[in-house]
Design a protein. Structure first.
Length: 127
């Protein structure tokens, strides 16, 4: 089974690294969607089914915490439960409790560890 992944980060480089890492690791991705902020991510989620969201915490327009809260408030219960993995270089600015309160399922610190990235995707897609 292949998965639809959404990578939300204002860094085009991070989006490309995540895409390339998943491809090299052989993660079965049918569609890899990209957004540069939370508002774009919500627009994508309105139109597409997504299996896993990777969301940067610090972005312009709408940050990852606000984006996560908006996803959790979606009227479609399936979409409201999509696994959300935060990607952040500022994890020390937030507590695990704050991530959980916002609805984030997991987080990956920057710089990204590619093995942990792949393990995390598998954790949420291989049920």
């Amino acid at each position: 089974m292949a998965f639809n992944i959404l990578v939300v980060d204002d860094s085009e480089t991070i989006r490309a690294i995540v895409a390339k890492t998943l491809k090299i690791a052989g993660v079965p991705v049918s569609n890899l969607y990209q957004a540069s902020n939370g508002k774009e991510a919500l627009e994508t989620l309105k139109k597409e089914w997504i299996d896993v969201v990777f969301a940067d915490i610090n972005m312009p327009v709408m940050d990852g915490m606000e984006c996560t809260r908006n996803i959790r408030a979606m009227t479609d219960p399936e979409k409201a439960r999509i696994p959300i993995i935060a990607i952040t270089g500022n994890a020390q600015n937030y507590s695990i409790a704050e991530f959980k309160e916002a609805g984030i399922d997991d987080y990956l610190p920057k710089p990204l560890n590619f093995d942990v990235l792949v393990e995390t995707v598998k954790k949420y897609t291989e049920g």
